[in-house]
Design a protein around this ligand. Structure first.
Ligand SMILES: Nc1ncnc2c1ncn2[C@@H]1O[C@H](COP(=O)(O)OP(=O)(O)OP(=O)(O)O)[C@@H](O)[C@H]1O
Ligand SMILES: [Mg+2]
Length: 275
């Protein structure tokens, strides 16, 4: 185990360090690419969930991924977050992080945050408590949930509450929030960890139209200082937020381009959109 105090001294002044984690080395985006997936395959027995897939996500990009059920979209996120190992191929975060060699915790600490398909907030805890629970902890000091937040953490909390628009509801138990508010809270819990790359798996599933619109706004706000990969089936949502869209089918990329471009693609029409 590394000595935490030595590490802190080496990487002093990094955001997030003051209140918590041993700051790991920053992901190196000097080539302008946040995520490299090269020839990635994932086999479950003889079934290929991902099939020789190569994908590059530029720093600051908001990439949408669409495709039929079972296409491998969630599996792709599993590979990026270390939940599933590629059977073959390589996955890098920036130039320097070989994701296939890291644990899920190490990947989160390196700056990749993920929202799962189903919200996983702690229902009996309030909005504030959920956010505090998600904040990186200082392993050197035994802290209680309510010990005074350090200024960096307070800033992260204020910014997050502003972005997810739950400021008025901080003392409400998460179990009493609407489905949409729970999804935003979970995004807030991600933001407390100050990720560089955010993965959202079907963020608007089950939301009302108004909640969906608000989530689109949130994604566009997050885009200002994060790289995002968003998986969704809701085409009007994709239309609102998307720049470049990747269509996945049977574990491989079917098409890439603007939403209009991929919607006009013959393969996409045949295998996904239908005629
Ligand atoms: N752990 C596993 N073991 C075996 N098969 C799996 C496993 N995880 C996923 N699969 C299979 O891999 C395929 C891709 O699944 P995945 O969940 O990535 O699809 P998806 O594109 O996210 O679909 P959806 O739009 O329905 O969420 C599916 O056929 C699924 O059944
Ligand atoms: Mg999925």
């Amino acid at each position: 185990m590394n000595d935490v105090s030595t590490n802190s001294a080496q990487h002093g002044g990094q955001l997030g360090e003051g209140y918590g984690r041993t700051k790991t080395q920053d992901a190196d985006f000097s080539h302008g690419i946040a995520l490299y997936l090269e020839n990635v395959s994932v086999w479950f027995d003889s079934f290929r969930a991902l099939n020789d897939l190569s994908l590059y996500i530029a720093e600051g990009e908001l990439r949408c991924i669409i495709g039929p059920n079972g296409a491998g979209k969630t599996t792709l996120m599993d590979v990026i977050t270390g939940k599933t190992r590629p059977t073959t191929g390589t996955a890098f975060f920036g130039q320097n992080y070989d994701l296939a060699k890291m644990s899920t915790e190490q990947i989160a600490e390196a700056g990749i945050g993920r929202k799962f398909q189903k919200p996983t907030v702690f229902e009996n805890f309030t909005v504030l408590e959920n956010l505090l629970l998600a904040a990186p902890r200082d392993k050197r000091v035994k802290q209680s949930l309510f010990s005074r937040l350090d200024p960096e953490a307070q800033l992260a909390l204020d910014e997050t509450l502003e972005q997810i628009r739950l400021k008025e509801l901080i003392h409400k138990p998460a179990g009493l929030l609407s489905h949409g508010q729970k999804q935003w809270l979970e995004i807030g819990m991600l933001l407390m960890q100050r990720p560089k790359l955010i993965l959202l798996d079907e963020p608007v599933a089950g939301m009302t139209d108004a909640e969906t619109e608000r989530t689109a706004e949130l994604c566009l706000e997050l885009k200002k200082n994060h790289t995002l990969v968003v998986v969704e089936h809701d085409m009007s949502f994709i239309d609102t937020i998307s720049e470049k869209v990747t269509v996945l089918a049977q574990g491989a990329i079917l098409a890439e381009g603007t939403l209009a471009e991929v919607q006009a693609n013959e393969d996409v029409i045949e295998k996904y959109l239908g005629r």
